[in-house]
Design a protein around this ligand. Structure first.
Ligand code: SF4
Ligand code: ZN
Length: 457
């Protein structure tokens, strides 16, 4: 016997993933659109007269977002001026095709389109970056560059807000990832419906409570024109695990997604008073918002341009050391902000999001204090470089042999990798005069130890 729609007398066409209720197509459209409108109005995402850039990739989320923003703006008279804003990462066989979809969307929704590219902003396409770094950390580069590219595109358009197609599944995945990493401090940002209010152009997520499956259903039944191919450089392995885990949970209990978001919101409220977040300043090189002297994009670019693409991957203090951005007291010079971070008992700068007075992550918590004369730069570096480093006797012997500024080098070296960036030699095919090669020999002798920092930051 046919099942009736739970809201009208018509025949049901689908089972709603979010609630399990049977609905006809028209009622599904109505509840879907009404819920997004409710999200927008209850969070007061926009003010009348604002201009808004819709981050458009041509995928299902952003296509449905563009469709709905136009529809709701007209239906409820939000009074917004809308633009489409796309980022061309330079991924052949993926982004070039999806941008064609965005261009068709531009015609279909009659919205002006702005495209910014990695090549014009950074001088590198993702294809070129992947040729340099391989497929391991490519999404780190892409994510950092895209975030900044969107802001730059939005500034060129002069908009007040950016809306992105991040849906409930994306938010829940990010909550899971942050919890699994023990990075509770980031929950606040990842669960916020508006981010970037502290300096950059605010970003809003009208789909924060919208299930991915319902977005797909809406796009499918409405016959929207979207691009569904995955990026050729996917997957982001860690997020992929969180996604699989979330889908498993959803198949057992459909409310899991909203429940995880709600849990993330509650946890972020409970930690926010205790957690010291970095102070926002501006990047000394490009002027983009940053809590360090150089923004993440500039550090990554520096690594790419110097032939050290892994420079900005991993712990920021190691990149700062390699870039010579740390002074002899171990404090970081700041631009536009007085930054104070990390362990509050010494200057070791552990815990970028440290709980005030908590020294638990500092390896020097044996009664040391800020004034501890042993908390010198070299002892900090020794900690950061690993306990076995001292066995090759190189720490503290900086510049003595080769004149470079790195404390990790001494005497002649057989390695040419990274020589340019670490010791300032221009010819990367000519070994420098440091003892890096000797140290590497020691590293082999020490088995698995990180006797020498291997540039794999
Ligand atoms: Fe960029 Fe990675 Fe996404 Fe591809 S999968 S578009 S490389 S972030
Ligand atoms: Zn920068």
């Amino acid at each position: 016997m046919p099942v009736s729609c739970g809201l009208c007398e018509k025949r049901a066409m689908l089972k709603r993933p979010k609630t399990g209720g049977a609905l006809c197509k028209e009622c599904f459209y109505n509840v879907f659109e009404a819920e997004v409108h409710q999200t927008i109005t209850s969070a007061s995402l926009f003010k009348r007269g604002e201009t808004v850039a819709i981050a458009a990739s041509g995928g299902k989320d952003s296509t449905v977002l563009a469709h709905l923003m136009k529809l709701l703006n007209e239906r409820h008279d939000y009074g917004l001026t809308l633009f489409l804003l796309s980022v061309d990462e330079g991924i052949t066989g993926y982004r070039d095709d999806s941008l064609e979809t965005v261009k068709r969307n531009q015609q279909q929704y009659e919205l002006p389109l702005k495209v910014v590219s990695y090549k014009e902003l950074y001088g590198w396409t993702m294809d070129e970056i992947v040729r340099q770094i391989g497929l391991k950390n490519n999404c780190t580069f892409c994510g950092v560059f895209r975030r900044q590219a969107l802001d730059r595109g939005a500034m060129m358009l002069g908009v007040d807000k950016i809306v992105t197609g991040h849906n409930a599944d994306d938010v829940a995945e990010t909550v899971i990832m942050n919890v699994l990493r023990g990075d509770i401090a980031r929950l606040q940002r990842c669960t916020a419906i508006v981010t970037g209010t502290e300096g950059a152009i605010p970003r809003c997520k009208p789909f924060k409570y919208t299930y991915e499956k319902e977005i797909v259903m809406y796009a499918y039944f409405k016959k929207l024109d979207y691009f569904s191919t995955e990026c050729i450089y996917s997957p982001n392995a860690y997020r992929g695990h969180a996604r699989t885990y979330l889908k498993d949970l959803e198949s057992i209990r459909s409310t899991s997604i909203i429940d995880i978001i709600h849990s993330g919101e509650c946890m972020s409220v409970s930690v926010k008073k205790d957690v010291k977040m970095p102070t926002q300043g501006t990047c000394a090189r490009c002027g983009y918002i940053s809590s360090n002297e150089l923004c993440k994009a500039c550090v990554l670019l520096e690594g790419l341009n110097k032939g050290l693409p892994k420079l900005g991957i991993g712990k920021p203090h190691k990149a700062r050391l390699a870039l010579g951005l740390t002074n002899t007291t171990g404090t970081t010079s700041t631009s536009g902000s007085q930054r104070k971070e990390g362990c509050q008992s010494c200057s070791c700068r552990r815990h970028p999001y440290a709980v005030v007075n908590d020294t638990s992550g500092c390896k020097k918590d044996d009664g040391h204090s800020k004034d501890d004369p042993t908390a010198t730069d070299s002892s900090i570096k020794q900690e950061e470089l690993g306990s076995n480093f001292s066995t090759v006797g190189a720490v503290g012997d900086s510049a003595a042999a080769c004149g470079c500024n790195s404390e990790v080098q001494k005497g002649p070296c057989a390695s040419t990798v990274g020589v340019k960036a670490l010791c300032g030699k221009d010819d990367r095919n000519t070994p420098c005069a440091c003892k890096r090669g000797e140290a590497q020999t020691n590293k082999k002798a020490l088995g698995n130890s990180r006797a020498v920092p291997d540039l794999d930051f």
